[in-house]
Design a protein. Structure first.
Length: 182
């Protein structure tokens, strides 16, 4: 149903410039959930931090239609690694954005503010532009069908273009806002 979700691992720093919310079909989400839980268990047994795998579990659970807010909040409170906390905020916002859910923009802004000092310059500007464009999407309380990043960006670009055109031709254009024929 989309590109593969980047894997996070405690062995490498999380890529805070990546998009982790590509829609997953149920079988892929189940495989991701199993792998994430297995890796968390291995980390626990080894006495290491498995929080990065908990983020992967959160992604899988979201695509399986399970609630993730409590897991997200728990990660923010219990994880010692600042990069993983930022990743949890970023992923949560991305997942909400993929379904155009209210609050997604707030989480993406918070993640970007926390990640700014951790991002490489190229990633900083790429993420900033991505979030700016995604800010044009209409967010709702009820979920929309899931979209991958490319589709979200296309939709946001169309909305931005229409807003600009409306600003140029808006009230002086003579038509009502709901009049599509002019």
């Amino acid at each position: 149903m989309g590109k593969d979700t980047p894997e996070v691992s405690p062995q490498t720093p999380p890529d805070l410039g990546a998009w982790y919310a590509e829609p997953l079909a149920v079988p892929a989400a189940r495989r991701l959930l199993k792998r994430a839980r297995d890796r968390q268990q291995q980390a626990f047994t080894a006495g290491t931090d498995g929080a990065a795998w908990a983020v992967q579990e959160m992604i899988a659970r979201f695509w399986l239609g399970r609630p993730i807010e409590s897991q997200y909040r728990n990660l923010l409170k219990t994880t010692r690694d600042e990069r993983v906390r930022v990743l949890a905020e970023l992923v949560y916002g991305q997942l909400l954005m993929s379904r155009r859910l209210r609050g997604a923009d707030r989480h993406l802004r918070a993640a970007f503010a926390r990640a700014a000092a951790l991002l490489a310059p190229a990633d900083y500007f790429a993420v900033m532009k991505r979030h700016e464009l995604l800010g044009h999407l209409a967010l709702r309380a009820a979920p929309s069908p899931p979209l991958g990043l490319d589709a979200l960006l296309r939709e946001a670009a169309v909305i931005r273009t229409l807003k600009r055109a409306h600003g140029r031709f808006g009230r002086s254009g003579g038509g009502r806002r709901d009049d599509t024929l002019g």
